[in-house]
Ligand binder design. Structure first.
Ligand code: ZN
Length: 472
C-alpha cells in the first residue's frame, strides 16, 4: 500500500511541476475523505490536478462545474425528473451530477448562491443529499474547490470555506525549465501505473483509526494550540479533531505504528485561515516538530556553572607574605586579604623588608592608602600571578575531563538522533523537499549549542591552567 501511494505521488509529481505540496495534500485528502481548496489565479492546472486525483481511484466518477452567480441547482444536483413531477413528486435525476460523484472539482466555488449553498454544505459535511423526500448517501470522497480569492464576508460562504480542511495557495510555475517542460510537453492524459481501490482506501482509514500519538506529539499539539491562540489564530475544536485524524491517516499510510513529531509539519496546509498567517504557522510548526528529543540545555547550564565557579576560584598569589600586625595574620593570597580588609577597614598591612604600613580602601587619601595591592606590587616590579590553588586545580581539571566525556556521549546521541530524523524525513513522501530541508536546518540550529559548549570547555581548561602575570 505504502509503495503504491509512493509511486502515485512520484508519478503525479513527474506530471505536474512545482505542485509537490498540492499533490501530497490532494492524495492525503482523498484517503482521509476531506476537501481541498485551491486559491490562486486561473490557469494553474488546478482542475487538471483534481481530475487526475479522480483518475487515481479505480472506477471513480468525476463531476466538474464552473460556477457563476447564476448557476441553478439543476446544473449541480441534476435536472428535475419530469416523470416524477407528473405524479406530484419533486425529485432530481442525480445520475452524472454531484450527488453521484466520487471526486468533484467546483471552480469559482465562492460564487455559489443561496439556492445551492445549503445542499452543497450538507453534501460536503454529511455526505447526504436530500432528493425530494429521499435522503441519499452520496459516494463522495473529495471536493476540490477553486477560487481566485477568499470569500467575501458572508456567513454562509464562511461556512463553506470552513468545510475545506486543506487549503493551498497555488502559484504559476516559477522555474524556467519546469515552465518549458510544461508548455512543450506532451499533453497526454496522465494515467497512473496503479490505481487505488475503494477497498484500499477503506483499509487505510481503518488502519489509522486506532493509531496512537507519541507523547511528544500530544505535548506539541497543546503547545501549538497555546501559541496559535496567542498569535490570534483561531482553530475550532472540530478542526483539531479532523487534523489529528489526518495525521493518523498520513502516518498509517507510511506504515508507521504511531504519529511522530515530524508529521506535524503537514498541519501547515490545514490551519491557516488568512493567507498572511501561513508563514507564522509554518515557522511555528517546524520549531515545534524538532523541539523535544535530546535536551542539551541542562548541559549548557552545568558547563556555565563550572566555568563561573572556576573563575571565582582563581586568585592572585602574592609575591610575598603580607601581615596584619593587629591580628598577627599572614596573607599569601589576594582574596583572603581583601576579605579581611573589608571586614576591618581600619587595619593596616606590612610588606616584608619594610616598615611601611598600608591601608586598603577605594578612597585614596594618602600614598599609604592603596586601592589595590596588586597594582602596588606590579609597580614595585613584583608581578602577581593569577592562578588557581592546586588542590582545587586538580579537582577542576577532573571535572573538565569528565565533561569532555559527557560531551562526546552527547554528540554520539545527537548524531544518532539526527540520522533517525533524516530517515524519518526521507521516508515521508507527504513532505516536500523544502519541508525536509527546513526541518533539518532547524534541528541543526537547535544543536548548534554543542559547538559553543566545546569552545567554553576549552576556555574553562585554559582558565584553570593559566597563570597570568599581572604587570604594571
Ligand atoms: Zn587585622
Amino acid at each position: 500500500m505504502d509503495s503504491k501511494l509512493r509511486r502515485l505521488s512520484r508519478e503525479l509529481n513527474d506530471s505536474f511541476k512545482e505542485r509537490e505540496d498540492e499533490i501530497a495534500g490532494s492524495l492525503l485528502a482523498l484517503i482521509s475523505k476531506e476537501h481541498v481548496l485551491f486559491i490562486g489565479p486561473p490557469g494553474t492546472a488546478k482542475s487538471m490536478l483534481a481530475k487526475q486525483m479522480c483518475n487515481c481511484i479505480e472506477g471513480s466518477s468525476f463531476f466538474y462545474y464552473l460556477l457563476t452567480r447564476f448557476t441553478t441547482p439543476d446544473e449541480i444536483f441534476g435536472p428535475l425528473s419530469l416523470t416524477a413531477l407528473q405524479s406530484d413528486i419533486f425529485c432530481r435525476n442525480v445520475e452524472g451530477y454531484l450527488p453521484t460523484a466520487n471526486v468533484s472539482f467546483l471552480d469559482e466555488i465562492f460564487k455559489s448562491n443561496s439556492s445551492i449553498l445549503n445542499s452543497l454544505l450538507t453534501i460536503l459535511n454529511e455526505r447526504k443529499y436530500h432528493n425530494g423526500s429521499i435522503i441519499l448517501d452520496v459516494p463522495l470522497y473529495t471536493v476540490f474547490g477553486a477560487s481566485n480569492e477568499l470569500p467575501e464576508e458572508n456567513e454562509s460562504l464562511e461556512a463553506l470555506y470552513d468545510r475545506f480542511l486543506f487549503r493551498y495557495h497555488v502559484r504559476y510555475i516559477e522555474d524556467e525549465l519546469n515552465f518549458l517542460e510544461m508548455i512543450l510537453g506532451r499533453s497526454e492524459t496522465f494515467i497512473p501505473s496503479q490505481k487505488l481501490t475503494i477497498e484500499e482506501l477503506g483499509g487505510m482509514q481503518r488502519d489509522a483509526a486506532g493509531l496512537p500519538l507519541d507523547d511528544a506529539v500530544v505535548e506539541a499539539i497543546l503547545a501549538l494550540r497555546r501559541e496559535l491562540h496567542a498569535a490570534g489564530i483561531a482553530v475550532s475544536d472540530r478542526r483539531w479533531k479532523k487534523l489529528v485524524q489526518v495525521l493518523r491517516i498520513a502516518s498509517a499510510a507510511l506504515g508507521r505504528q504511531s504519529v511522530d513529531r515530524t508529521m506535524l509539519i503537514l498541519l501547515q496546509h490545514m490551519i491557516w485561515k488568512r493567507p498572511e498567517e501561513r508563514a507564522t504557522i509554518r515557522k511555528l510548526l517546524i520549531e515545534i516538530a524538532v523541539s523535544g528529543g535530546i535536551d542539551i540545555e541542562q548541559r549548557e547550564r552545568d558547563l556555565h556553572d563550572l566555568h563561573a565557579s572556576a573563575a571565582l576560584l582563581k586568585d592572585y598569589v602574592l609575591p610575598c607574605t603580607v601581615t596584619c600586625p593587629l591580628c598577627e595574620l599572614d596573607f599569601e593570597r589576594w582574596k583572603a586579604l581583601k576579605g579581611h580588609a573589608s571586614n576591618h577597614p581600619d587595619h593596616f598591612y606590612i610588606l616584608p623588608g619594610s616598615e611601611e604600613e598600608y591601608q586598603l580602601s577605594s578612597v585614596r587619601t594618602s600614598p599609604r592608602i592603596l586601592p589595590n595591592l596588586i597594582d602596588k606590587f606590579a609597580s614595585l616590579g613584583k608581578p602577581v600571578k593569577l592562578t588557581m590553588p592546586s588542590p582545587e586545580r586538580e579537582l577542576y581539571l577532573g571535572d573538565v575531563e569528565e565533561f569532555e566525556e559527557i560531551l562526546d556521549l552527547l554528540q554520539r546521541d545527537l548524531d544518532a538522533e539526527r540520522t533517525a530524523l533524516i530517515r524519518q524525513l526521507e521516508d515521508n513522501f507527504w513532505l516536500s523537499g523544502k519541508d525536509r530541508e527546513d526541518m533539518l536546518y532547524e534541528y541543526d540550529v537547535k544543536t548548534r549549542g554543542m559547538i559553543d559548549m566545546r569552545k567554553l570547555l576549552g576556555e574553562t581548561r585554559r582558565l584553570i591552567l593559566s597563570e597570568d602575570l599581572q604587570t604594571h
